[in-house]
Ligand binder design. Sequence first.
Ligand SMILES: Cc1cc2nc3c(=O)[nH]c(=O)nc-3n(C[C@H](O)[C@H](O)[C@H](O)COP(=O)(O)OP(=O)(O)OC[C@H]3O[C@@H](n4cnc5c(N)ncnc54)[C@H](O)[C@@H]3O)c2cc1C
Length: 393
Amino acid sequence: MDFTFPEDVRHFRSELRNFLDKAWPPDMRRFAMNDSVVRDLDSDPATSFKRALGRAGYLGIGLPQEYGGRPGGTLHRFVLQSELAAAGAPLNATAIGIVAPMLVRYGQESLTRQLVPGITRGELDFALGYTESNAGSDLASLQTQARLDGDRYVISGEKVFSTAAHIADYYWVAARTEKTDKKHQGISLFVVPLDAPGISISPLYTMSGIRTNVVHIDNVEVPVDHRVGDEGEGWRIIGEALDGERFAVMMVAPVIRAYQAVLEYCRCATRAGKRLLDDHAVASELVVLHSAIVAAYLNSVGIAWGTDRGESGSHDASALKVEVTELRLALSTFALDVLGTHGQLTPEDKAAPAFGELERMYRHAVITLFTGGANAVQRDLIARHGLGLGRQM
Ligand SMILES: Cc1cc2nc3c(=O)[nH]c(=O)nc-3n(C[C@H](O)[C@H](O)[C@H](O)COP(=O)(O)OP(=O)(O)OC[C@H]3O[C@@H](n4cnc5c(N)ncnc54)[C@H](O)[C@@H]3O)c2cc1C
């Protein structure tokens, strides 16, 4: 079995590492260790870094050249996100990982031409507007309405948990264009400027400190070409886009980075005159976690590779999402155990071990169990679509 990346991917990785050494040097690397996707993204360093990524061509992997894209597939995207996470560098992957590929595939040409070049240059960001108070796991129950009125759609409703809506430029909104007996039908997708009249945004903080938002959409008008895909095609596009989102959530690189921090702590810290690493119980738990991390890494690479060859299914993205998020929770639970009372110090406290990142990771790990689709629901998808079993719940 050959675990080596193909030549072009290895070349891409070494070119990227050189780029990161300059654009996100080691003294910046503490920034956003675990939850780089959503923390501090509106800061100046994060914005200039994103533009630098865009100028260097890293935001258009697999997209057509005419929109600022460059050749590459899922394996390249996996390497990009892994290297960014390993370097603690920030990136909101929503626009490049979810929106741009869907716009290229399903968007009306005028809208795609208007938006995708800005995404690949790192100038435009998106927030996702799927979830509502009564439509989370059961997303098809969403009530936001879009009504065609001449050459415009008029959209009204309320979304919750919209990450980054307060700093993004556009909103990727699922809305009902038709009432049907089957609730999965009649849903369509729209791109809505977040500064449009009728949009109001208020904060909704999560236990890890990450801000999400409630977005009120009050008779917001968008031109017809802001509909992505045909009317009623939204459910299928959301499904495809969610695979991309799970791929981002499941990144194993931040877990590897956190594991190294825990290992380093166990190497240096002593308890009752003994190094933590020399404690049998601590060492054996580290070995178990190490094996699980190696398995998750290999699984990630395998699925990325399989996706490029058309061999991975959406149940594989679900399986990896469950594997990595539960591993993240197991690692951070262990980390807080070995850190003892100091483990409760938050990143704001100078005395916090590992800059408080392990404490923050613990709080964030719980959340990743249901963002991008609850793990219980993922298990059901794996059972039905991966293993051919009946519905589990
Ligand atoms: C930090 C954060 C960021 C988010 N970002 C976004 C975003 O940017 N855009 C967006 O649209 N949404 C976002 N979400 C929403 C997220 O996708 C939902 O939280 C998720 O889909 C679960 O929906 P819910 O919270 O309504 O939980 P519910 O659907 O109420 O589910 C609660 C729990 O019930 C169980 N459950 C529910 N249904 C089933 C079932 N069929 N089978 C088995 N068990 C089940 C699961 O254990 C689940 O965790 C975010 C959420 C958080 C916390």
